[in-house]
Design a protein around this ligand. Structure first.
Ligand code: GDP
Ligand code: MG
Length: 170
């Protein structure tokens, strides 16, 4: 018989990297060009993962987020998606500090996360190579996905499902 489970997922990353677009793409298979950047939303989504019914609660964080709020979100989450924009080097540089902050909040537990490089459709404006993304993911000991919320390329679906699997393995 299928087991029921709930997995709390929080999505982090610099403003403008496409967190909301990614979450909406995952949930609706559509792309929404403009999404209020100040809007923080939580979505509930049911999926069948390896014969289990899993309810994901997905928190799409939004700036401006103060430290206390961020800490609350990090405590709440069980699995994390850290997103950067392949056309924005600064957003890539913010990944490691975010991970360190997560480690601090979750210690002594290991943080369960995936790294996502978004906007892969904007190849002409790329500032962060795929190899750099892979290397960082190795350092963070996590899975890495390059994708585009805009075109749907890359494995957005697989990324969220894999994160759920990992949370449930722990
Ligand atoms: P958030 O602040 O991280 O939630 O970012 P948003 O989801 O609001 O997206 C910020 C901007 O980037 C919007 O103008 C989106 O249309 C755009 N955007 C998001 N994802 C992609 C993508 O994969 N490709 C392209 N070309 N633009 C994107
Ligand atoms: Mg947003």
């Amino acid at each position: 018989m299928a087991k029921c489970a709930e997995v709390k997922i929080a999505v982090f990353g610099r403003a403008g990297v496409g967190k909301s677009a990614l979450v909406v793409r995952f949930l609706t298979k559509r792309f929404i060009w403009e999404y209020d950047p100040t809007l923080e939303s939580t979505y509930r989504h049911q999926a069948n993962i390896d014969d289990d019914v899993v309810t994901m609660e997905i928190l799409d964080t939004a700036g401006p987020e103060d430290l206390l709020q961020r800490e609350g979100h990090m405590r709440w989450g069980e699995g994390f998606v850290i997103v950067y924009d392949i056309t924005d080097r600064g957003s890539f540089d913010e990944v490691m500090p975010l991970k360190n902050f997560l480690d601090e909040i979750k210690k002594p537990k290991n943080v369960t996360l995936i790294l996502v490089g978004n906007k892969a459709d904007l190849e002409h404006a790329r500032q962060v190579s795929t190899e750099e993304g892979e290397k960082l993911a190795t350092e963070l000991a996590c899975a890495f996905y390059e994708c585009s919320a805009c075109t749907g390329e890359g494995s957005i679906h697989e990324a969220f499902h894999e994160l759920c699997r990992e949370v449930r393995r722990r």
